[in-house]
Design a protein around this ligand. Structure first.
Ligand code: 6GU
Length: 264
């Protein structure tokens, strides 16, 4: 996968040199190229922003600089890679999710356009939206100073899904938000040696070697944790995916699954 990132802070992306993503780059699974937006500014101050039309606080990123930057990056790979899918991180975007991460992991080429200040002049997204898929994505309901950290989050989420990036091929399969049987359930607690640490014991069932009991215990823990930490996820569980034991557990927690009862 090819991945281009345009930002006024290329230094933000040094974490992509290390760990899983760094290894994937060394192996050639990932081809990451970080570009300095200011390289496409023409004035002595390398200006990338200006005051917003209509007034208001902050600054808006200029369309001409972005246009030249994107044209150069996209034009440089068009012959070999076609056109990228463009991602614009913004708190006003659609929520980024595991489902979107999976979608992005299937793309041959992603281009991340990192805005700072109050954002990028909207005509940029309009212009490139006519030539390629453009998605404005948010990583959560809080405001960051710029899109750089959000891009790191998305690149890590996408990168670990690429074939051969994770050491253990099964690690991504039972992720809390992966599609499949445990969908909508958070993962429960995990333990390793020693069996007793500072007086805290590992739950007996995990030492029992009884795979059926371990699986049941893990599912109980997943259900309990989901109800406690993410009640909106727990409420969205399809009742048809619950067995008798699940229903008893949720009943004991006084938790009701499925669509809200509108009868009263
Ligand atoms: Cl993608 N960008 C910024 N600047 N803030 C955010 C965000 C993105 N997602 C949540 N907050």
């Amino acid at each position: 996968m090819r991945l281009d990132i345009i930002s006024i802070f290329p230094e933000y992306f040094s974490p992509l040199d290390v760990s899983l993503i760094g290894k994937a780059r060394e192996r050639g699974t990932l081809d990451v190229r970080v570009h300095q937006l200011r390289d496409w500014a023409h004035d002595v101050h390398r200006t990338v922003d200006d005051t917003p039309y209509g007034g208001g606080p902050g600054m808006v990123m200029k369309p001409e600089v972005w246009g030249e930057a994107i044209d150069a990056v996209v034009g440089g790979g068009a012959a070999s890679h076609g056109t990228p899918r463009m991602i614009v991180p913004t708190p006003s975007g659609r929520p980024f999710s595991q489902e979107i991460a999976q979608e992005l992991a299937a793309e041959p080429w992603l281009l991340f356009a990192c805005g700072r200040y109050e954002g990028i002049d909207s005509r940029v997204m309009h212009e490139y939206g006519a030539r390629m898929r453009v998605d404005e994505l948010s990583i959560g309901d809080y405001v960051l100073a710029g899109g750089e950290v959000a891009v790191l989050v998305m690149v890590e989420a996408v990168g670990r899904l690429l074939p051969g990036v994770l050491g253990n091929a099964h690690s991504a399969v039972d992720d809390s938000f992966a599609p499949g049987a445990m969908r909508n359930l958070l993962e429960g607690p995990v333990y390793t040696k020693p069996p007793v640490w500072r007086g805290h014991e590992v739950p007996d069932v995990l030492l029992s070697g009884h795979h059926g009991k371990v699986a049941r215990w893990r599912r109980d823990q997943a259900l309990r944790r989901t109800v406690a930490n993410r009640p909106e996820l727990a409420a969205a569980i399809d009742p048809a995916t619950l067995d008798k034991h699940d229903r008893k557990l949720l009943d004991d927690l006084a938790f009701r699954v499925g669509p809200e009862d509108m009868a009263h």
